[in-house]
Write a protein that binds this ligand. Sequence first.
Ligand code: AMP
Length: 272
Amino acid sequence: MHSFSDRERGLGKVISFVPTMGFLHEGHLSLMRIGKERGDTLVISIFVNPSQFGPGEDFEAYPRDLDKDLELIKHIGADAVFSPERDELYDERFQTYVQLEKLPDHLCGITRPVHFRGVATVVSKLFNIVKPHISLFGEKDFQQVAVIRQMVKDLNFDIAIISAPTIREDDGLAMSSRNTYLTSEQRHSAISLYRSLQKAQELVNRGQKEAKTIVEAATELINSYPDTDIDYISICDPETLDAVNTVNGPTLMALAVNVGKAHLIDNMILTT
Ligand code: AMP
């Protein structure tokens, strides 16, 4: 991978990079298309990163289908796919992690305490291996984008981070590799995440500014669907992720809900 990237850089090519955990869907493909437009050489990584899964999470169960992924990537026309084995990135003596101080103490980081340390570590490693000029991330994982942007700034990576909008199913469910865990009844319940975000924006449109009232309405809506277990619903500052009491100007509403075995997340910028 190093020599591939060195060669491309030597030829003056702009390398764009899309890191993924595979089991690709339209959300991933949208990032790849943007990557292709913005750069000359598109590199994709496929790696289910063990260090971002906590004990008891779904590392083993996480869906994998490399052959199908490679087929989808072929249609996009990537220049390289980097798909290392676990031991190639983490040998038994591995001991260096990248840990942010504040951003992980919010949203998903609260119930997933090692998650963002794992994300920041693997993305740093991938950046050092792939040596991209540009890297693309989905806004569905809003906190992840914030963590990566902060890390790139703090550690002086010379890489432009581009974020791209969430791609949704026709009914609004955010595409996710984890949607495959849903039974057909749970698939119906999964729509409650997007519905609650839409409901929140409707309330704001009607003049409701109190975060507490909006969160209560979202909670009630989600709880009315079977097999849903709310992890968090947060209305917060889109930069610091600190909770706010009122919606004044663009404000992030982010939520995570366990629907059956699937830990699903979604978010929306509420606008006044
Ligand atoms: P993952 O394979 O889940 O680690 O995701 C790889 C990249 O795809 C991340 O930057 C995600 O934010 C992005 N992504 C995942 N789902 C979507 C989606 N529905 N729309 C846009 N980007 C997505």
